[in-house]
Design a protein around this ligand. Structure first.
Ligand code: PLP
Length: 395
């Protein structure tokens, strides 16, 4: 056989305590080996219907149509903005981190007037800030919020803002890329009109799909637009024709990724949403206790901390990239750097989906305990493991 100059792919496996992607369950990898067949063929369609039904349980909705867009988390958010906004519309977007700013930019690109309501990075946005802005404008078409701000480690409360959206007859749009299946989300009870996520975070599936839910009100708003959405591919109405009962062709869906999502969702439902959320909370609490015992400071407001992402201040004099480098080279472990305002100031440690377990917490704390003194930052030996272990045994 003729040889090629290109070598085989050779990627080492790592512990992914980063902001994502996270470690993938072996059952999900196995599901990806399922044969590829036609997207409209009878044996494949139960996979589509199964994903839609399982997502309804995870999003807690009976009213919205649940789908998985063939694209990453960013496209999920953008599909909402593209499909719901057009020129002349006004949108209010809460802005308290990197991904909020992106959402606002996506809204602006639709030609809408965008009011970015700025909050403090590392804190949740008080609902009063949105309510004040609503008083100033006669007609607001959409209010957009990021539920789990991955750049700051903040969980934004949504219920009060959802009520404001209902009172002002605005569509309520949520980025749940980092929260879905790691934090409670109640699409019907809270009145969310469009919500989207990513497959690579708490669902523990490889990146490439954006699960979402579209309410009847959002679908009606798309149907009554003056002009069709500027993107054909991300037009949620066209995509819904495939995910609805008639399964009308829109594009060739990536079936191997859909097999993965199907299995990932089965794992979520087998564990149970409550237990899964409790697991995320428990392991994050242990990690925080351990980090604090090392003398490190978790910068997110303790009233609104995300269990998925722990943002840690980098001690003075420490080379943040060097620490991450040693973690990957010697410990085969990834953590993430800071983004935007927090670039160079924090590390972000992720515990999501498969990665969120007690063993990983202990391993990472132990690695930091060994690495930090080599960087000139002395730590009390054994304190992190003791604090984390105490938290785990009392949680
Ligand atoms: C809150 C949030 N929104 C959007 C995105 C973008 O998702 P993706 O990178 O899958 O496009 C991310 C990615 O980390 C995120 O954390």
């Amino acid at each position: 056989m003729p040889q090629t100059k290109f070598g085989e792919i050779n990627i080492p496996s790592r512990l992914l305590t980063s902001t994502g992607p996270v470690n993938v369950h072996p059952r999900v990898y196995k599901a990806m080996m399922t044969p590829v067949i036609g997207y409209g063929e009878a044996p494949f369609l139960p996979v589509i219907d199964g994903i839609s039904s399982m997502l309804s349980e995870v999003f807690k909705t009976k009213e919205s149509l649940c789908m998985a867009l063939s694209a990453t988390g960013s496209a999920g958010v953008e599909a909402g903005m593209i499909s719901l906004l057009e020129e002349g519309d006004t949108a209010i977007i809460g802005s308290y981190g990197f991904f909020c700013q992106r959402m606002a930019e996506m809204a602006r690109r639709q030609g809408a007037t965008v009011i970015e309501v700025k909050g403090e990075w590392g804190k949740a946005l008080p609902p009063e800030a949105i309510s004040e802005e609503l008083k100033k404008h006669r007609s607001v078409k959409l209010i957009g919020m990021v539920h789990a701000e991955t750049s700051t480690g903040i969980k934004q409360p949504l219920d009060q803002i959802a009520k404001l959206a209902i009172e002002h007859d605005a569509l309520f749009v949520v980025d749940a890329v980092t929260s879905l299946s790691g934090s409670n989300i109640e699409v019907d009870n809270w009145g969310i009109d469009y919500i989207s996520s990513g497959s690579q975070k708490c669902l523990s599936v490889p990146p490439g799909l954006a699960p979402c839910a579209v309410s009847p009100k959002a679908m009606a708003a798309i149907k009554s637009r003056n002009q069709p959405p500027r993107s054909w591919y991300l037009d949620l109405e066209l995509i819904s024709n495939y995910w609805g009962k008639d399964h009308v062709y829109h594009h060739t869906v990536p079936m191997s990724m859909l097999y993965a999502l199907y299995e990932g969702l089965r794992l979520v439902l087998e564990e149970g949403m409550e237990e899964r959320i409790a697991r995320h909370e428990r392991n994050a609490a242990a990690l925080r206790a351990g980090l604090e015992a090392l003398g490190l400071r978790v910068i997110s407001d303790e009233n609104h901390r995300l269990p998925q992402i722990t943002p840690v201040e980098i001690p003075v004099g420490i080379d943040e990239a060097a620490v991450r480098g040693i973690l990957t080279d010697e410990y085969k472990t990834e953590i993430s750097r800071g983004l935007g305002e927090f670039a160079g100031k924090i590390w972000r440690i992720g515990l999501m989906g498969e990665t969120s377990n007690a063993g990983n917490v202990m391993f990472l704390l132990n690695a930091l305990e060994r690495i930090l003194p080599k960087q000139g930052y002395e730590v009390p030996l054994g304190a992190a493991a003791a604090a984390a272990s105490k938290t785990l045994s009392t949680a």
